[in-house]
Design a protein around this ligand. Sequence first.
Ligand code: BG6
Length: 490
Amino acid sequence: MADAPLADALVLFGGTGDLAQRMLFPSLYFLETDGFLPEGFKIVATARAELEREAFVDLVRDAVVQRAGPMGVDEEVWGRFAARLDYRAADATTAEGVQVLGKALGEARRPMFYLALSPSLYGAVCKALAGANLAGPQTRIVLEKPIGQDLASSMSTNAAVGAVFSEDRIFRIDHYLGKETVQNLLALRFANTLFEPLWNNLTIDHVQITVAETEGVGERWPYYDEYGALRDMVQNHMLQLLCLVAMEPPADMDPSAVRNEKVKVLRSLRPFTRADVPVNSVRGQYTQGVVEGRSVPGYDAERGAPSSTETFVALRADIDNWRWAGVPFFLRTGKRLPERRTQIAIQFKGVPHSVFGGQAKADLVANRLIIDLQPDEDIELLLMNKAPGLSREGMRLQPLPLSLSLLKAYSGPNARRRIAYERLLLDVIHGNSTLFVRRDEVEQAWSWVDGVAEAWRESNFTPKAYAAGSWGPSGAFALTERYGRAWYDD
Ligand code: BG6
């Protein structure tokens, strides 16, 4: 891949919004701290509200202070960072409205436009940028999820954006791809010789992917109610994790090479049918309960009316190709679950024959690779070991974890857990789209998810209640048990 020229400015739409304040400005500040922002790189934020530049800079400072926590803000770094900041009120949907941004950009010719806005505005903003001659051939555009609500709306958003920006200049964010451990999956699989020969249906029994959250939907319900867990989490983050686990080794880390492999996985997902609904899917919605010792309201109460949106989903997915034929991928995600946990578990098959008899035979447990992404990052391989000591019944066996102890390995006075957006913003500055979602990828993911939603609709499959603080409706346990497996909840 030829080196793309560095972006020379960032224009941030939705500059006063939650994402910008909580994630994007702190990430940019940390990039400044590490010397990753190019010289002269301007940051122009925009939103509708009229705000003086000083007032805006104060807002950003508050956000950075909050994120930096006990580490504190380095005044010298802050001074450099604040000098880059500018703010312009603008109507982002008209060419006249965005002219003002052109003025703020001055000499910059390679700005990256970040749309931290409602996706319904993406098309209009791109058109406005083109109308104001701001979308030159060296500009880039960054889009947040969700790109559409189904395949049809996703295609129309992609077409509207694509009419102005060529695909190599479009950076669709899935912030999971910016997480260290998610990238570590690539390192684990492709920087070690150990796993790849075993990474298939001859040795792997099944895979579990869990993204559990303790938070509820709260104030976000107007957005969430239209999406639900399937569209909010499975269509993007969970399918991305599945792709990274299941894809073939790419030739290199070139954006096309990696994304071609991910698309192949998505295309191999077995389409969901009505027959799958009762046996391979679970929908749930949380009711009042207790999470982390706190009593919390149900989704209906937060929303203020009954709703048929799911806040929990569990699915069995099958990948119909040589590598994965017959290996179930169990996916599960939900809000108001007992703990925050993002985890991938690779369950290997048992040994083909036990040379051990007696108790030791009964002790045998198949190997398991556990990749913890959140809240702590760790990778553990469960291996069988001889339990130390003597016993009249002969040898005893016991599973013990071989752990990478990532927490310990990378802790230290200067260790800081990076925000996923730091990596992603840096990659857009450099024009590297390996960790961004290509158009065919997003559309292929929608196509599969639409199939699930359609099968649910046709079957009138409504969410089952689960108490906040539990692991979802009882059907979630039945889903794995039906296939002789169980979720790892310990
Ligand atoms: C977002 C979803 O994309 O990801 C949220 O819209 C969800 O509903 C969030 O809470 C989870 O992200 P993370 O990084 O906290 O696991």
